[in-house]
Design a protein around this ligand. Structure first.
Ligand code: NDP
Length: 248
């Protein structure tokens, strides 16, 4: 058994898509413990099956918009581990596409709630645990989207989703700015157009048969950016999964 200190990750939306891909990749690493945030822990057979082999996954209840879930998760982690090194705020929705002139305001609110308030709720609850990381460089990473770039506005019908990702980019940069003194590394990352329940239907709306990037390639690329991230070079900037910087 190794005496290495464990690297502890928290990943939201961990039951499918990119979030599950992160858990699958990280679970293979030595001295790693993963808190996998999911809406309904009783349903997560895939994670349970994986954990029966790797024994380094804790499934934890997290509805993104619930402050009490985030607080309860933090209390549980405080008791079992006492710190977190890396948070990946991955859970998100793309539930509506259509012209801005008829986009229901409910969709604007719903996307804002899950995609903007969700990551911020998670940050507020887990920040005390990130501050106890002894890695010297705790990380708060938000899975954003190139669709949220205002500098390179894509011509997709994504007012509700895009506005929420632009807003979460701001929130993430604010976290970077206000936590400079703690040495926290915070940045948003675009995972590519990925073969998931979200990415494949979106790809069809822009004329592709399917999303071009596999979950494995997206996750490997993002983990390289996350592993190598520094306060000086990476934090407070917008990246993609291939390590390319994107315009805000
Ligand atoms: P999926 O739709 O495949 O998975 C979404 C995940 O988020 C699921 O685990 C889902 O849980 C969870 N989730 C959604 N809403 C909530 C909520 N209210 N509370 C808790 N969990 C929630 O999406 P992807 O894996 O493709 O996307 C992951 C992230 O990557 C998202 O933030 C997305 O915006 C971003 N992204 C994805 C791209 C792509 O091409 N796939 C491109 C750009 C960005 P449940 O199963 O319970 O619904």
């Amino acid at each position: 058994m190794s005496s290495q200190r464990q690297t502890i990750y928290f990943i939201s939306g961990a039951n499918r898509g990119i979030g599950l891909g992160f858990v699958q990749a990280l679970a293979k690493r030595a001295d790693t413990l993963i808190y996998a945030g999911v809406r309904d822990p009783s349903k997560d057979d895939e994670l349970k099956k994986l954990n029966s082999q790797t024994k380094n996954i804790h499934i934890i209840k997290l509805e993104s918009i619930s402050e009490s879930d985030a607080k309860a998760a933090a209390e549980k982690i405080e008791k079992t581990s006492g710190y977190i090194d890396v948070v990946i705020a991955n859970a998100g929705i793309l539930n509506y596409q259509g012209p801005i002139v008829t986009t229901p305001i409910k969709e604007i609110r719903d996307h804002y709630e899950v995609n903007v308030a969700g990551p911020l709720i998670l940050f507020q609850a887990l920040y005390p645990l990130l501050s106890k990381s002894k890695s010297g460089a705790p990380k708060f990473v938000v899975i954003s989207s190139a669709v949220g770039s205002i500098g390179e506005l894509l011509p997709a019908l994504t007012a509700a989703y895009g506005a929420s990702k632009a807003a979460v980019n701001y929130v993430t940069k604010k976290i970077h700015q206000e936590h400079e003194k703690d040495g926290l590394i915070a940045f948003p990352i675009h995972p590519g157009l990925v073969q998931t329940d979200m990415g494949n239907p979106f790809a069809k709306t822009i004329g592709l048969d399917e999303a071009p990037v596999t979950i494995e390639a997206s996750v490997q690329g993002q983990l390289k950016v996350i592993d190598e991230a520094t306060r000086e070079k990476t934090s407070g900037r917008f990246w993609d999964f291939q390590g390319k910087e994107l315009p805000w």
